[in-house]
Design a protein around this ligand. Structure first.
Ligand SMILES: *[C@@H]1O[C@H](CO)[C@@H](O)[C@H](O)[C@H]1NC(C)=O
Ligand SMILES: *[C@@H]1O[C@H](CO)[C@@H](O)[C@H](O)[C@H]1NC(C)=O
Length: 341
């Protein structure tokens, strides 16, 4: 029932046609990064994290089995103990202080029910988002698989071209999905800023990770995932495309004066005032073969082969704050003292 209403509300319902679309509540917001900065507490910059509660500062690919070490997940599909995370958006006031930008609920609320707390909307698809047939065959990720898309050190358009489809949408209203910007939108966005992270879709078939967490995956060698482009010989295995949508509720920070002369007042927690450093991390953690079964089902949004849980249960799944630093006051510096450059 929930799926029908959710799908209908977004105009995506097609009963016979594998695309998964599901909300994940916030699991925690803290300065940890078990992929890029394993063992570091605190890590370099602040992240917002969703998924299974085995998330911790150290999660070795070989030994950290997310489904068996987690006791809950903040995602709707209760067999998904993966972790997904991105940087955190801050508003930089004219007096130089910073305020964390809240995240808008990405699910729930139907018929007056509970809403997801923050978090993001997660998609897995075998073909382009609006292709309701989802006919292509994909290979689900293997236990221990992880990857990173984007680069937290990038600050210009040319660098950002390396990535396909790390974008922002300046939301005029809840339904706005175009145009997509590569840097931060240069104008106030009445309904907030949506950050979109689409991961590469071709795998080398051998390595669960690589030193930069990127070389074991690639983009199609011609065309795009959306156009059905083939994977390169070096990375022949077609993966589902993961898309993360995070909506930053900038509505309290839309003073036109902040946007004069082509400026905008937002910075990522890494200190990036451009938006070109957009990045996201993924640690695969679906239980058993649940993701493969879902992809093989060729359904669209509805996923009768998967177990799911309600919004209240998703909201209850949290990991403790082990960094314990102030992230919510008007801060005189970004967490980690990252300079804005
Ligand atoms: C998280 O990692 C720390 C450091 O390795 C460890 O002491 C702690 O027990 C872990 N927490 C959980 C819940 O496993
Ligand atoms: C800086 O500006 C913000 C936004 O106007 C305000 O809320 C905050 O109190 C100011 N902080 C200081 C130290 O003036």
């Amino acid at each position: 029932m929930f799926f029908t209403i959710a799908a209908a509300a977004f105009g995506l319902f097609a009963p016979a046609s594998a695309l998964l679309r599901f909300p994940c509540s916030s699991l925690t917001v803290q300065r940890l990064d078990p992929l890029v900065n394993p063992g570091m507490n605190p890590s370099a910059h602040l992240h917002q994290i969703v998924g299974g509660n085995s998330f911790n500062e150290t999660m070795p690919s070989e030994s950290h089995d997310l489904p068996s070490l987690s006791t809950c997940t903040s995602c709707q599909f209760s067999e998904d103990f993966s972790n997904y995370w991105t940087a955190v958006l801050f508003y930089k006031a004219k007096n130089g202080t910073f305020k964390r930008v809240p995240q808008r609920a990405q699910g729930g609320g139907f018929g007056g029910g509970a809403q997801n707390q923050g978090g993001m909307m997660v998609y897995y698809m075998t073909d382009a988002l609006f292709d309701t047939a989802q006919r292509s065959t994909v290979t689900a990720f293997k236990p221990g698989f992880r990857m990173l898309v984007g680069d937290s050190t990038y600050r210009d358009r040319e660098q950002a071209r390396k990535w396909r489809q790390l974008t922002y949408i300046c939301m005029e209203n809840e339904g706005t999905r175009a145009p997509e910007y590569i840097g931060f939108p240069p104008k106030p966005c009445p309904a907030g800023i949506m950050a979109n992270h689409r991961f590469p879709t071709c795998w080398d078939g051998k390595n669960l990770d690589s030193p930069n967490h990127q070389d074991h995956v690639a983009y199609p060698e011609s065309g795009t995932f959306e156009s059905g482009g083939p994977c390169p010989a070096s990375h022949p295995v077609k993966l589902p495309q993961i898309l993360l949508e995070t909506v930053w509720d900038t509505t309290a920070f839309n003073d036109p004066a902040d946007f004069a002369d082509g400026n905008q007042p937002f910075v990522w927690s890494s200190g990036d005032p451009t938006g070109y450093s957009s990045h996201a991390d993924y640690l695969f953690g679906w239980k058993d073969d649940s993701l493969q079964r879902a992809m093989d089902g060729h359904t669209y949004v509805s996923a009768p082969m998967l177990q799911s849980q309600g919004v209240a249960q998703q909201n209850q799944c949290k990991v403790p704050d082990v960094v314990r630093e102030d992230i919510d006051s008007w801060l005189t510096e970004l967490p980690g003292a990252n300079p804005v450059v």
